[in-house]
Design a protein around this ligand. Structure first.
Ligand SMILES: Cc1cc2nc3c(=O)[nH]c(=O)nc-3n(C[C@H](O)[C@H](O)[C@H](O)COP(=O)(O)OP(=O)(O)OC[C@H]3O[C@@H](n4cnc5c(N)ncnc54)[C@H](O)[C@@H]3O)c2cc1C
Length: 469
């Protein structure tokens, strides 16, 4: 399992002892979703003047008291922040010093594990191609990256194959790191001790749909967006919506949220049971399909959010929600981000049942306009996006109450997307804004993305603190 203790050095020469073998057909499958969602034409970028060192870009998903933020900063400001985080690491190390350090096998043992797994699962089941190792051990949009790459990538096709991989890795003390969509933002799938990354690209099926029970059984590599388009005819959907390229296995790993979390909660609220392969290859199921929660240990809850460190999830039963009768997307502008954040906080405080609420500053609205995907030009002012959903009467009621709060916080406009297509384009532009930001960053620029969390009442303060004065 992925360990959390300090890195031990692993030289490039060690890594190169494992010879790359061409397994292109396998590799092509998983990297494509992420790569294609990153493609965005930056030709409209007017150069670096738009981006200054002090200009922080805040994308906040307001979920109760939490904000999901991505900031683009210069490398200079980044290195000073790295220094301050080093002291925090030092404190953690002291606490960890009393724990026993894991000991892993050396490169010769890893090579034996790879050979044994190739003999058992087929030559193509394990890749040591350099590009493949890089694609699974490094992320351009991650705030941090480990200094090492995985030594090999396994591509299992079933729970039984995952179990075989775990047994062999356990025997040779080779660390294992599960990998699904690769969209996590904080080095979650990096391999600081080298080892075996397990990519579920070939375990991407919906296994069972129980429309009457409102649940579905899936494999870890099904993307949540694909799941929803496959479920559309049932009148049900899966509401947790993190990065567009995220897949269910990784969403379990991170206990992700998303823009809909304000109404539907986070991943932990939607997982009924899991099939998990433990570090030594044993296979367990955390509970059965009926929704009884009070019998026995909450093993499901233990694995959700454990980032692959407690077990490898190979099958997931998820709850589903009815698709709401009506959905409207509202766009409200404010004179300052602080006003927008204050309005957002009051909407939560008054329990207005909005489905989603997103805050964008004027820079981000400019990015959306420049990306051009929504078919119209939006006001470049601090903005709240809302999704209102439910019955027609519920939607009308939520809009009326939200309008009142917006006016009380000096809103300058309140518009609606004119139809479903425009609403969808607008929301997609928001969800994919990370790629737009990447395309627009200056030459030496880096993207920082992270979560910040404060008590609800401090939301306007923290969002205000990110902005240039
Ligand atoms: C544009 C963009 C917007 C985003 N918005 C949000 C947001 O609003 N809210 C949010 O929470 N996140 C957001 N994210 C982050 C990301 O989408 C989520 O963290 C998501 O849950 C990761 O899923 P993944 O399939 O990409 O997982 P990966 O990145 O592949 O893995 C994530 C973690 O789960 C582990 N893991 C993967 N598969 C398994 C498995 N089968 N069994 C056990 N562990 C496993 C990995 O080891 C890793 O620790 C966003 C990302 C992007 C790029």
């Amino acid at each position: 399992m992925k360990a959390t203790l300090p890195l031990r050095s692993f030289s490039a020469s060690c890594r190169s002892q494992v010879r790359p073998t061409p397994t292109k057909s396998l590799r092509a499958k998983n990297t494509q979703t992420t790569q294609s969602s990153r493609r965005w034409n930056s030709s409209t970028s007017s150069g670096n003047a738009f981006w200054t060192t002090s200009r922080a870009l805040v994308l906040a998903t307001v979920v109760g008291a939490g904000a999901y933020a991505a900031a683009s900063r210069s490398s200079a400001s980044r290195s000073s922040a790295s220094r301050s985080s080093a002291s925090a690491v030092a404190v953690t190390k002291t606490a960890a010093a009393t724990a026993k350090e894991p000991t892993y096998g050396d490169i010769r043992q890893f090579e034996k594990a790879i050979a044994e797994l190739r003999a058992e699962l087929g030559e193509d089941a394990i890749s040591t191609d350099n590009d493949d190792l890089h694609a699974h051990g490094y992320s351009e949009w991650s705030t941090v990256n480990a200094e090492r790459l995985p030594v090999a990538i396994a591509y299992p096709k079933s729970t039984e194959e995952v179990s075989k991989i775990a047994k062999v890795c356990h025997k040779y003390r080779m660390p294992m790191v599960p990998y699904s969509g690769g969209s996590s933002l904080e080095a979650n799938f990096s391999a600081p001790y080298g080892g075996m990354t397990i990519d579920f690209a070939f375990m991407d099926k919906i296994l069972e749909v129980h429309a009457d029970d409102m649940d579905v059984v899936v494999q870890p590599s099904i993307p949540w967006m694909q799941l929803n388009s496959d479920l559309a005819s049932t009148g049900l959907f899966f509401p947790v919506d993190p990065g567009p390229s995220a897949k269910i296995g990784g969403m379990v790993g991170t206990n992700c949220s998303g823009t809909n979390a304000v109404r539907y909660g986070t991943m932990k609220d939607w997982v009924i049971n899991l099939t998990v392969v433990l570090a030594d290859g044993r296979i367990i199921k955390t509970r059965r399909r009926p929704r009884k929660t009070s019998a026995g240990y909450n093993l499901t809850g233990m694995f959700v959010g454990s980032e692959g460190t407690l077990g490898i999830v190979t099958e997931i039963t998820l709850k589903l929600a009815p698709i709401p009768d009506e959905l409207r997307v509202g766009v409200v502008t404010f004179p300052t981000v602080r006003d927008a954040a204050a309005a957002a906080m009051q909407v939560i405080r008054k329990s207005i049942p909005v489905q989603a609420m997103e805050i964008m500053d004027e820079v981000q609205m400019n990015v959306i306009n420049r990306a051009g995907g929504t078919g119209r030009t939006w006001r470049e002012e601090p903005t709240l996006f809302f999704k209102f959903s439910g019955t027609t009467a519920q939607v009308a009621d939520s809009i009326q109450n939200t309008k009142k709060i917006a006016q009380d916080n000096k809103s300058t406009s309140f518009e609606f997307a004119k139809d479903d297509q425009e609403a969808h384009a607008l929301w997609s532009a928001r969800k994919e804004s990370l790629w737009s930001n990447l395309a627009l960053r200056p030459e030496e620029g880096e993207v920082w993305s992270t979560d910040v969390a404060v008590p609800l009442s401090r939301l306007p303060d923290i969002i205000g603190a990110f902005l240039p004065t």
